[in-house]
Design a protein around this ligand. Structure first.
Ligand code: SAH
Length: 244
């Protein structure tokens, strides 16, 4: 039996947003690995082993999955959203780079709908022109790097999506990010707080930069910031497809 590893995205929450390709991989899998809340989204069945682990154990999880595949198992590592966006796919390639004995294994990355696209679709089309995505967590990079990228993106008039905006362990960063935006952008700039998109707890709130408060975001929120042209059309927010 030849094993394989798939690194799959489960989308933002709603089962209807899981791709058929990911569902097919899960149906064939012998092992599913991932952060516990993501593994909990996979239905248990006979012949399927579920391996839930802590969020901080990404490289160990990647090694575990590659060992399983090398032993002939069909392993799926699950991420929320897309596995290549601030998630497990890069961790697997980091391990593969270190351990060339696994280079011949069948490894596939199966895309999913990432939070910023699910949130943008609910709001209208705030990412309709050039945009960038920034992870506001300073777990894996120093804060000055985040602040520099944020400032330059605002100066270049990108719309922006902020992942991991604010956690209990990092209550300060998002307030500082808002201060950078206030220094670079006009107070009327539209900011969308999209929480738990596509789940029962979904809440989408649009405010101006002047009204935005750090407490409006938590770890289940993605924050979308418009560019200078982003505007409302009735209850929708959109960014025109051309620069002024
Ligand atoms: N791989 C994931 C992102 C992981 S980082 C993806 O592609 O979506 C985790 C961050 O993603 C959260 O802190 C939050 O900012 C965002 N996020 C994930 N799911 C979300 C959802 N359903 N609604 C809003 N934000 C979400």
């Amino acid at each position: 039996m030849s094993g394989w590893l798939a690194i799959a995205g489960l989308g933002p929450g709603d089962a209807a947003l899981i791709t058929p390709e990911v569902s097919a991989a899960l149906a064939e899998a012998t092992d599913v690995l991932g952060y516990a809340p993501y593994v909990a989204r996979v239905a248990a069945r006979e012949g399927l082993s579920l391996h839930a682990s802590d969020n901080r154990e990404e490289l160990d999880r990647a090694r575990h999955a590659l060992r399983l595949a090398a032993a002939g198992r069909k392993a799926v590592i699950v991420s929320s959203g897309d596995p290549g966006v601030f998630a497990m796919a890069a961790a697997v390639f980091e391990v593969l780079e270190e351990q060339p004995e696994w280079a011949a294994l069948e490894v596939r990355v199966l895309p999913g709908i990432t939070a910023m696209l699910a949130a943008a679709a609910k709001a209208g089309a705030p990412l309709g022109h050039d945009f960038c995505a920034i992870n506001l967590s300073d777990n894996l990079k120093p804060w000055p790097v985040i602040e520099k990228r944020l400032r330059l993106a605002a100066q270049a008039d990108f719309a922006m999506a902020f992942y991991n905006p604010r956690s209990k362990a990092r209550p300060e960063g998002f307030g500082r990010a808002l201060d950078v935006l206030r220094a670079e952008c006009e107070p009327e700039r539209l900011v969308i707080f999209a929480r738990a998109v596509s789940t029962k707890e979904e809440r989408i709130v649009t405010v101006t930069l002047a009204e935005a408060l750090p407490e409006m975001a938590d770890m289940r929120t993605i924050v979308l910031v418009g560019n200078s042209q982003t505007r409302k059309a009735g209850r929708f927010v959109y960014t025109p497809r051309s620069a002024p």
